[in-house]
Design a protein around this ligand. Structure first.
Ligand SMILES: [Zn+2]
Length: 291
């Protein structure tokens, strides 16, 4: 009796959670892809530090890449750190836009990337001491570097990054934000990659070493010797949101092949940039040279 009541309660809770999905970044596969790409580009020194900080996963970034989404109920303070809202304009300014709903400055995904990067600069080796939990700092940084590259994570305040725009993804009812978190990636996997995220990762890695090869240096570089430069990533994000995500996707629109085929290259590009920049940032934090 007691048991079945617990089961019933769990089922009710599960269905309530399904009714109110809260979107907080690329889905599992998006974050996994970004961290796999980053891992393949770590310097020996950075890979060593990552291994030291992530002993349970033996230094595998991809397995902790969605951790920040799983702890957002436990760490409710972290919810605003997954995104940026602009005042419904196609440009981003740190001083104007990087704050939470209470107006607290720096409480946005760009501020979080700066903050966790600074914390990780305390790391000096296996015996290093810091006032911060550097394992959590690394997990947050790996996740937020992904989120800031999802175009609708730098979106308009009035529609909460397209979380209030109802569209159809082919025949399925969906919010536009979720289309960019997960649906475009899932449809690509179904259609082109044998329903396998590894196929998508391989395709992006190939683009990185061929058609995007000349751009990689520019993606990696920050001006003025900065360790990371999220303001650049955020500015690109809101531009892509206006140019590709919001465009032709107003309330009630049915999105299908034309939208999918033209937006998939943007999704792949943003996943690639996130992975390359996560690695470049970690390489600058932990060591100087690429192996
Ligand atoms: Zn997130």
């Amino acid at each position: 009796m007691e048991h079945s009541r617990v089961v019933t309660a769990a089922l009710v809770l599960a269905s309530v959670l399904c009714l109110f999905p809260v979107s907080h970044g690329w889905g599992e596969d998006g974050h996994f892809t970004i961290c796999k790409i980053a891992q393949s580009r770590l310097s020996d020194t950075a890979a060593e530090a990552v291994k030291e900080l992530l002993p349970e996963s033996d230094g595998d970034l991809a397995s902790v890449c969605s951790w920040a989404d799983r702890v957002r109920f436990r760490y409710h303070w972290s919810a605003p750190l997954h995104y940026i809202n602009t005042p419904d304009v196609c440009g981003y300014q740190y001083s104007r836009d990087c704050k939470d709903e209470d107006g607290k400055e720096g409480r946005c995904v760009a501020g979080a990337i700066n903050n966790y990067t600074t914390q990780l600069l305390d790391y000096t080796g296996s015996s290093s001491r810091s006032d911060h939990n550097l394992t959590e700092a690394l997990k947050f940084l790996s996740h937020f570097m992904g989120d800031i590259h999802q175009p609708l994570h730098v979106g308009f305040a009035s529609d909460k990054g397209a979380n209030t725009i109802d569209v159809h993804w082919y025949t399925r009812k969906q919010v536009l934000h979720h289309v960019w978190d997960a649906n475009i990636i899932e449809t690509a996997e179904e259609r082109y990659y044998n329903e396998d995220v590894e196929g998508l990762i391989d395709a992006i890695q190939q683009n990185i070493s061929s058609e995007w090869a000349d751009e990689i240096k520019a993606w990696e570089t920050c001006s003025k010797n900065q360790t990371t430069c999220p303001d650049i990533y955020a500015s690109e994000g809101i531009k892509a949101a206006c140019q590709w995500a919001y465009k032709d996707a107003t309330e009630g629109t049915v999105l299908k092949d034309e939208y999918f085929e033209s937006r998939l290259p943007i999704v792949k590009l943003r996943l690639a940039q996130a992975g390359v920049r996560l690695a470049a940032t970690l390489n600058r934090i932990f060591g100087t040279s690429r192996n």
